[in-house]
Structure formats: structure tokens, C-alpha cells
Ligand binder design. Structure first.
Ligand SMILES: Cc1cc2nc3c(=O)[nH]c(=O)nc-3n(C[C@H](O)[C@H](O)[C@H](O)COP(=O)(O)OP(=O)(O)OC[C@H]3O[C@@H](n4cnc5c(N)ncnc54)[C@H](O)[C@@H]3O)c2cc1C
Length: 432
């Protein structure tokens, strides 16, 4: 936040400050500092880098913040989860924040629906920082329309056999396990019949078909297009009930919407700080850029809307804390589209007010701008979020007394204008 954050308690504000301090002094340092950010952007990272990162985060209870401490988590709530993600986006990169976000929402799904085997073999080591996780949801033929997934799993004795392809999968090359939705029954598009599995990355039949890491931004994750070719998975690696995973996934996505928006906002706050400082020092026609109204009004606009986006995000986090991850669908979708579109707009505007040098690597702005662009897709495109919001908002706005019989026939009366439905209240008052 740029202004005071009255939406957080004093403890929560201290939590955020402590996160930032710890990340800056203990995590993003000694091999994982600024040179490492550049290495990620150049796709020169390594498996060891990611192992070191998750280990440092696990030691400091930043993985799975909303999972109970006796399962390796932070033992806190969704509000602390999004504050952690904001801090990582601000202090590190959103690529780091993405790996940590996976531990938040996959961690909660595994905790809520996983059996003892999944808790002991995957959840707890992941949260302790011993395992890197990868979320393999998107397919060549289904992205936003996840229910149309074509990857299947068939039962074979005590095992399941998975076949299909997934693409755009971050950490495909570095993950120790994949979190994979598949169809186990039903037809294309059915929400019934979707199951979730945990798949070991070294399973026979897991192939990386194409390296996809050299994309617009958000580099350094070893992203890939992958194939599951007759991959045998133990029955115990089924998460929850067979064919019943749709509500697990939608609840998980509610949390992911908040983490993705929050870490991109943290990154855009960093961009805003860089740009504001630059405009205070850079002189054009013997006066600082910050004295030009065209520039300082942009800063006012960004500061105001950034705070609004944080408030929307915290509001939704509180709904999830109070009512569970399955609640707050509209609030999460509002926070996601507004936060992610804004983060991208802020990063882009920061480049504009700084000028040409912003396009070089002298400042972090061009990387931040490329990185946050992806937030408008990750975990669900902005347009899909607006579709959720319109659906639920129409439900909230609906007023049976409005009727509708006057629409297009207003000469007959207007229900909100006065008792007789014909006269405005002001006109009634005059009559008195
Ligand atoms: C850098 C990067 C990293 C990623 N990492 C991962 C990962 O780790 N794991 C993973 O599973 N996936 C990952 N993804 C995939 C990402 O989640 C998808 O790109 C996203 O879900 C959109 O799917 P799609 O690209 O197939 O677009 P499509 O579903 O083909 O949609 C294309 C566009 O159509 C519009 N659109 C689609 N549906 C609607 C609708 N209902 N209403 C209105 N407009 C609509 C939107 O503008 C959308 O952007 C990553 C993507 C990128 C670019």
C-alpha cells in the first residue's frame, strides 16, 4: 500500500514488514540475489537454484502459509498467505512468487483432500522446502475451459495409468512432482469425472516434448510442453475422491486468483517506486519530470488504484478465511482481474514516464513489465474473471420489485420513482 492500510490488523502489518525484511536479508541474497534474477530472465537457472530457493522459504515458514504447522505449514490464514506473496513479488521476482504460490494453493488442496500418504510423502516435504512442485493443468486443447481436458487416467489393479499432454507447465523441468487433473469418467466438458493426481516427476513415461521457457517474460521456470505416456501412478496418489475433484479445483483456483494478483501487485509496487524516484531526479527543461502534471498525475493514478487493488484483494482473502476456500468466488475474481490488469498497466505506465532508458536493463522496469503481463492469464484470464463477476453480480443486483414490465414502456410508469410508479418523489413533494 502507498497509504495507510486500515484493512489489516497491527499484527498483519507487522507480519508483512517482517516478511519483507526476512526476504531481503535471508532469502534473496547469497546466490539468489539480483544476479540470479537476471539469470532467471536469461533462462540460465538450474535445478539447484530452485532447490535452494524452496529450502530457504521452507525454513522460514513461507511455504503453505495457510496449512497447519503440524503438516509443515505456516499455521496462519489466507490474509497472511497473500501478504507473503505480495512480499515475494516485491522483493524477489514473480517467478519466485509463483513457486511459493504453488505451495500455498496446492498445499491447501493436499491438506484438505489428501490422504496420510500424500501428506507424509508430498505435502510435508514440499512445505519443509525439500520438494519443488509443478502444476500441470493446461492442455493444448483446453486452457481456460479446464473441464474439456483430454488427459485420462484408467484404473489398472491398484494403480492408475495416465495418458495425455499438458503445455505451458512451469517447473516441468525442475519439479519433483506434478499436480495433475485428468478425466477418469464422463464426457468432455463434464465437471463430474475429473480427478486429481500427484505424479512423481521421475515416473517412466513422463516426457518433456518442448522447452517453452523462452517466452515473453516470466522466465527461468524450465516451463515445458509435456506428455504422460502410460504413466503408472499408485492408487494412493489420487487426491480425495475419484471423479470428484472439480470443487477441489475451483476452491484452489479461488486462492490462486488472490496469490497471482497479489504477487503481481507487489512487483508493480516495486516498479512504481523505481519510476517515482527516477522522475524526482531526472530533469527535462531544467525541472524534474515529477513537476510535470502529465507525469505526476500518472503517479497519483497508479498510487490510488494500487491501494484499491490491495484492498479488494484483502477483502477477498478475509472472505476465504471466514467461509473457506470454496466461498468468495466473485470477490476473488474481482480481485484477480482488477489486480492483474492494473499491475500490467502500472508497469507499462512506469516505463512510459521513465522514458527510453526503461527499455534497457539498467532499471528492472522492462523485466517487471514483461513478467506481470502473464498475470492476466495465469490461473484464469481476465475475461473469464469478468464472466464470473457479471454472473454473480447480476445475482446480487437483481431486485424482484423492479419487475420489468415498464422497460421500453416507461410512459406507463417507473417503479423506483414514487408510490404510484408514475411520479418522481420530488414531484410528489412539490404537490404537498
Ligand atoms: C508464462 C505462462 C506460464 C504458465 N504456467 C502454467 C503452469 O505452470 N501450469 C498450467 O497448468 N498452466 C500454465 N499456464 C497456462 C495458463 O494458465 C493459460 O494460458 C490460461 O489458462 C489461458 O489458457 P489458454 O492460453 O489456453 O487460452 P484460451 O483458453 O485458448 O483462451 C484465449 C483467450 O480467449 C479469451 N477467453 C477464453 N475463455 C473465455 C471466456 N470464457 N470468456 C471470455 N473470453 C475468454 C481470453 O482472452 C483468453 O486469454 C501458463 C501460461 C503462461 C503464458
Amino acid at each position: 500500500m502507498i497509504g495507510a492500510d486500515t484493512s489489516l490488523t497491527a499484527e498483519e502489518r507487522t507480519y508483512l514488514e517482517d516478511c519483507v525484511e526476512t526476504l531481503q536479508t535471508e532469502v534473496f541474497t547469497d546466490g539468489l540475489g539480483r544476479e540470479h534474477f537476471q539469470a532467471l530472465d536469461d533462462n540460465e537457472e538450474s535445478r539447484a537454484d530452485w532447490a535452494e530457493y524452496v529450502s530457504r522459504m521452507g525454513e522460514r515458514d513461507f511455504n503453505g502459509v495457510a496449512v497447519p504447522a503440524d503438516h509443515g505449514g505456516g499455521g496462519k490464514g489466507v490474509v497472511e498467505t497473500v501478504l507473503t506473496e505480495q512480499a515475494v513479488g516485491y522483493c524477489g521476482t514473480i517467478v519466485h512468487a509463483c513457486q511459493t504460490s504453488l505451495t500455498q494453493h496446492i498445499g491447501r488442496t493436499l491438506y484438505d483432500h489428501g490422504n496420510d500418504h500424500l501428506h507424509e510423502q508430498y505435502l510435508e516435504p514440499m512445505l519443509d522446502g525439500e520438494l519443488v512442485v509443478s502444476q500441470a493443468y493446461t492442455e493444448p486443447g483446453s486452457g481456460t475451459d479446464l473441464a474439456n481436458l483430454e488427459t485420462t487416467a484408467e484404473k489398472a489393479g491398484d494403480e492408475w495409468v495416465i495418458n495425455g499432454e499438458k503445455r505451458f507447465i512451469d517447473f516441468a523441468a525442475y519439479g519433483d512432482f506434478y499436480f495433475v487433473p485428468v478425466r477418469t469418467s464422463g464426457a468432455d466438458g463434464d465437471r463430474e469425472g475429473v480427478s486429481l493426481f500427484v505424479v512423481d516427476a521421475d515416473s517412466a513415461g513422463v516426457d518433456l516434448l518442448e522447452d517453452q521457457s523462452d517466452w515473453h517474460g516470466f522466465r527461468g521456470t524450465g516451463a515445458a510442453w509435456m506428455r504422460f505416456d502410460n504413466v503408472h501412478v499408485p492408487g494412493a496418489n489420487l487426491v480425495g475422491e475419484e471423479g470428484a475433484a472439480w470443487p477441489y479445483i475451483t476452491a484452489e483456483l479461488n486462492l490462486e486468483h488472490l496469490t497471482v494478483a497479489r504477487y503481481c501487485l507487489g512487483a508493480s509496487q516495486r516498479a512504481l517506486e523505481v519510476a517515482a524516484n527516477y522522475t524526482m531526479e531526472r530533469e527535462v527543461d531544467d525541472r524534474p519530470l515529477s513537476r510535470l502534471q502529465a507525469v505526476n498525475h500518472e503517479v497519483a493514478d497508479m498510487a490510488t488504484r494500487l491501494d484499491a487493488a490491495y484492498l479488494l484483494n484483502t477483502r477477498a482473502a478475509r472472505v476465504l478465511d471466514r467461509e473457506g476456500l470454496g466461498a468468495g468466488r466473485m470477490e476473488s475474481a474481482m480481485a484477480k482481474w482488477y489486480g492483474n490488469d492494473l499491475a500490467h498497466e502500472i508497469a507499462d505506465t512506469c516505463m512510459q514516464v521513465v522514458g527510453g532508458v526503461a527499455t534497457t536493463d539498467k532499471y528492472p522496469l522492462e523485466r517487471l513489465q514483461r513478467d506481470v503481463r502473464v498475470g492476466r492469464y495465469l490461473g484464469g484470464a481476465s475475461e473469464v474473471m469478468k464472466s464470473i463477476v457479471q454472473h454473480d453480480a447480476y445475482g446480487e443486483l437483481a431486485d424482484d420489485s423492479f419487475g420489468g414490465k415498464y422497460v421500453g414502456n416507461e410512459l406507463e410508469g417507473l417503479p423506483w420513482l414514487g408510490g404510484d410508479g408514475r411520479t418522481a418523489p420530488a414531484a410528489n413533494a412539490d404537490d404537498d
